[in-house]
Design a protein around this ligand. Structure first.
Ligand code: SF4
Length: 60
């Protein structure tokens, strides 16, 4: 699974960072997504709760 992030659509509500801070985080001022830090199911659950639709997951 791959997670895509659309910077233009992100409204910076912080839902992703709040729910899974080990996966969705800010490093050196950049938004980083580390899919190794949680289960696929947990990540998909957060992606589906992104209020702006900026996050999307795709099965590889
Ligand atoms: S949950 Fe979606 S809108 Fe909110 S900060 Fe994360 S990517 Fe941006």
């Amino acid at each position: 699974m791959q997670v895509k992030w659309d910077q233009e659509r992100c409204c910076h509500a912080g839902v992703c960072v709040g729910l899974l801070p080990d996966v969705f985080k800010i490093e050196d001022g950049r938004f980083v997504i580390d899919t190794n830090e949680a289960s696929e199911e947990a990540i998909k659950n957060v992606v589906d709760r992104c209020p702006s639709g900026a996050l999307q997951w795709v099965d590889e």
